[in-house]
Design a protein around this ligand. Structure first.
Ligand code: NAD
Length: 329
């Protein structure tokens, strides 16, 4: 591949739209496409050249980058359906298929096998960092694929991200993503339960934060995305749980984690429970709220706070804990 590849960018949604803009700004030749006309219009308005269709976008491309909602979308697009040619058939031999969607590990491996059987190359590279990271070009990419293919796509990923990690063979990028978010989902529930328990016991949010953030309860869910307003002024709790990382995405990622737990036979209990809890959260208003809003569900199911609550500001003055670089998604 040449230094500045020709990129077919398929899936110009919340994430793909701004990612494609950053590639164009960096001088890449991009042909964008999305099945939703509004996404095409938004991309055009942002300076991303769009093609008349997926096949048109893919023909002549060195890299086919997909940013779709799910694995089903990826596999159907690769294979084609309803008599329409798929992306694999439309691409020239040796094209790099770079899927940045968050999908099942098994689906990522299947997508890679299909691409390689069709004479192409394949890398899975799901992201974290959210729409803010997509716009700023500060995403983290978790990459699965051959070392040579990783090196080939790295310059492209460096444009859209700040951190690019080669996690292993095909599917390893997806594996890293769902393992991380399994930790995150469970830890946010634990932190939220601890704050509600503290409320019941008359402990102020700030006092619990001051202790736990400097003790063994320390974690990202507490020190960066703190589910109560006050202790970490930048956390979504301070803006009525505007995401951030939406509950719907946490529910999706945990369902992918549960699929992987089941297919591998891991004797997990916390992960499936967290998936169930976030599934309920996302079935209601939680879908569009930050996932730290799970604390309101826990509080509602616990009755009125006995001795604390958001209005309980006793304790030391608010302060910002050591924070990392923001959203996990
Ligand atoms: P989105 O729904 O906004 O965008 C997906 C786009 O893909 C849509 O515009 C849809 O029309 C398009 N699409 C679907 N099938 C297509 C096809 N065959 N051809 C062309 N376009 C097609 O979703 P999003 O928020 O941009 O997320 C994309 C992926 O990134 C998901 O897998 C998500 O889990 C993951 N992700 C999202 C975030 C986030 O904060 N939104 C963060 C990290 C990872």
């Amino acid at each position: 591949m040449t230094e500045k590849y020709t990129v077919a960018f398929l899936g110009l949604g919340h994430m793909g739209g701004p990612m494609a803009v950053n590639l164009v700004k960096a001088g890449y030749s991009v042909a964008g496409f999305d099945v939703v006309p509004a996404a095409l219009e938004a991309a055009t308005a942002s300076g991303v050249p769009v093609a008349a269709g997926a096949v048109e976008a893919v023909s002549g491309a060195d890299v086919v980058l997909t940013m779709f909602p799910s694995g089903r979308h990826v596999l159907e697009a690769y294979r084609g359906q309803a008599g329409q040619p798929g992306l694999l058939a439309a691409a020239k031999p040796g094209t790099m298929f770079l899927d940045c969607s968050t999908i099942n590990v098994d689906e990522a491996r299947e997508a890679a096998s299909l691409a390689i059987e069709a004479g192409h190359r394949s890398v899975d590279a799901p992201v974290s960092g959210g729409v803010v990271g997509a716009e700023a070009g500060t995403l983290t990419f978790m990459v699965g694929g051959d070392a040579a293919d990783f090196e080939a796509v790295r310059p492209l990923l460096d444009v859209m991200g700040r951190r690019v990690v080669h996690c292993g063979a095909h599917g390893a990028g997806q594996a890293a993503k769902i393992c991380n978010n399994l930790i995150l989902g469970v830890s946010m529930i634990a932190v939220s339960e601890a704050f509600v328990l503290g409320e019941k016991l008359g402990l102020s949010h700030q006092a619990l934060f001051d202790v736990a953030s400097a003790a063994s309860g320390q974690c990202w869910a507490l020190t960066t995305n703190c589910p109560v307003p006050g202790p970490v002024p930048t956390s979504p709790a301070n803006r009525d749980y505007q995401p951030g990382f939406a509950g719907a995405l946490m529910a999706k990622d945990l369902s992918l984690a549960v699929n992987a737990l089941n297919s591998t036979g891991v004797a997990a209990r916390m992960g499936p429970l967290a998936a169930e809890i976030y599934g309920t959260f996302a079935a209601g208003e939680g879908a569009g709220r930050d996932f730290s809003g799970i604390i309101t569900d826990i509080r509602d199911m616990s009755g009125r706070p006995a001795g604390g609550g958001p209005e309980n500001s006793a304790g030391s003055a608010p302060q910002s804990a050591a924070q990392d670089d923001g959203s996990p998604e």
